[in-house]
Design a protein around this ligand. Sequence first.
Ligand SMILES: [Zn+2]
Length: 690
Amino acid sequence: MAVKISKDNVQLSSKRTRVAFRSHEGSWYLSCLEDESGRSLVTGSPTGSMWALRAKAEGKVVGTSSQGLSSRIRATGRSSFEMVWPAFMLSGSKCNAKLRLSLVESGFVSARLGVSCDPPLSLWEVDFPILEGLAAENATLYAPYGYGKAMRYEDATRYRGTYPSHHCTMQFLAWNIGPTNLYFGCHDRSASTKTLEFSSQPPTFRCTLPVAGMGEMAARYQVPHPAVLGAIPGDWYDVARFYRGWALRQPWCRAGPVASRPTPRAFRDVALWCCASGAPGEVVPKALQFLEYFEVPMALHWYVWHEIPFDDHYPEYFPAKEGFKEAVGKLGAAGILVMPYINARLWDPGTESWRHECAERDAAKDSDLKKYVEVYGSKVPLSPMCPATSAWSRKIRDIVTKLAGEYGVHGIYLDQIGAAAPKLCFDPAHGHPVGGGDWWVKGYRSMLEQVRREVRRINPEFFITTESNAEAWNDLLDALLMCNSTEGDLAPIYPAVYADRVLTFGAYIFRGDLEDSWAFRAKVSEMFLWGTQLGWLGFDVLEPKFQCEAEYLRALAKVRSSTKLLAEGELLRPPRPDPEVEVIEASWELWGKKWSVRLPAAQATVWRGSDRSVGVVACNMGNAEAHLKVELNTTGLGWTKARTIRMMESTELRSADPSLSGGGLSLTLHLPPRSGRCISSGTPRRRAVR
Ligand SMILES: [Zn+2]
């Protein structure tokens, strides 16, 4: 690892990566980033910037970037240097910036930026890092959207997601070119609000941070994360595993693995979700019928259990519909876990409680100190509350403890915490830095901790879930609803990072999916293979005309409940698809947008259990029997030849025609039509379930 500095060239190099900067008319830009073989991942641009900032001067936003500004460079160590812009003018005010770069042990470049400006200018947003001029030939973008997306460059015109939310669940982007990936990480342990973006003309990565204390004068701002840049050989899986190495040490992984964190056993065992809305008289008999048919541990997500309409009059959830308490008791006695819906983010300003409880005080407010207003399907204007206010946390805590104590529900769904991006709240009375910063995540973390503490005094087995997966609350939520992730171009990047740390459940399954059987089968196959608790669907599936779909779902749910691997395991590198297996094309639709999804009729994923056993989970959604070939990389699993032979002879792997081939173990799983199967190196043989 070394740094070389000359008049117009600076170079940082390690075994893994070479990064160079050039000076163009006194202004420095990133001119190349190469992998270990010398393949160029960033070709750079002399008109490119490394950072940009926007500031407010007399109510107007003005901006500048490193492009065109002269800077000084000096080495600060054997493998580090700094670039300083000691004084530049913006709208009549003096500003400065300092960028410190170093090579870290793993061969990556770590970069930190600090900026400041003199009054009357006030900082607003900072873009850092910016990587312009990504090499574009045959490239694929990996983005942390929902489960994760792998989008061919030709199709990926733009990606933009604000962290933490469904649109940006983790803090990195990656750019695959053949055997290598460019890694663009913003390793921020404070989980501050930020937007990750890819724009295609020219291909550019950018992270934008609204500063903590936006618009306050005499501003200094230190970007809260090091930018971590470098090359990673392989594909999305390798990128996910690199990120995992950092992520497991962060506060949101504090609870430890699913196998040992305090998620209730009964909840971990849930294999199937049904989703219902309305009166106990209708919901209870159907839910019992659901259980009778599927015969697996299940949970019920109950919407509109209250008298008020959906997305209206929040948070005046009480009274519950007549008979709700008795219904929860009856379902619980049958073994069904009941989880009602509430929204943990919105208050309806048209309610009595808004006036009586002075809720306006605790609403998130824009830079004009006006409350935000959002309108959903109900057409009722609703206001997102500021999670940093103790009154809002108390409100949610009181609703949940009442539901647990008086009604005996087994868990709670707190809508929108994971899905919705942070609002920039400018209310100085709330006690958090205005605008950006880490207070949004901290606020919800504190709310969730409070809810957990209080509710578990009533029921130690109580569980808490939210909509969508955003990593910042992984440790405080027992499961994340993956409903918004039913789109095209998915890759299980989130499960590759976090499958053994937090449970996931469900997908949007519409009546149209049941009517178009392949759409349904593709959705449930993907959930099954990626370790997500299945279903989250209505009672339509029990109609006789959907018998085929119901049978397939039941087969997969039974496999899921026969193994701990899918609830507690670590998702290992997915095996290559078997080229002999037919590829099915299904059509998914979400919020008016159509997606064409291509999946092999039969496929498998590989898991490592908390007991270190390795299992292959496979399903066949097709109408014909499949003989699915799965190659296990035994070197990657750390198995010696002797151990592999022992596994072949004495475990369930024996039932899959095992043979040694090259550096691996070749298995053939015989899968009847519409069936699932799990075979493990840790348990004796078991039959296929259909
Ligand atoms: Zn606030």
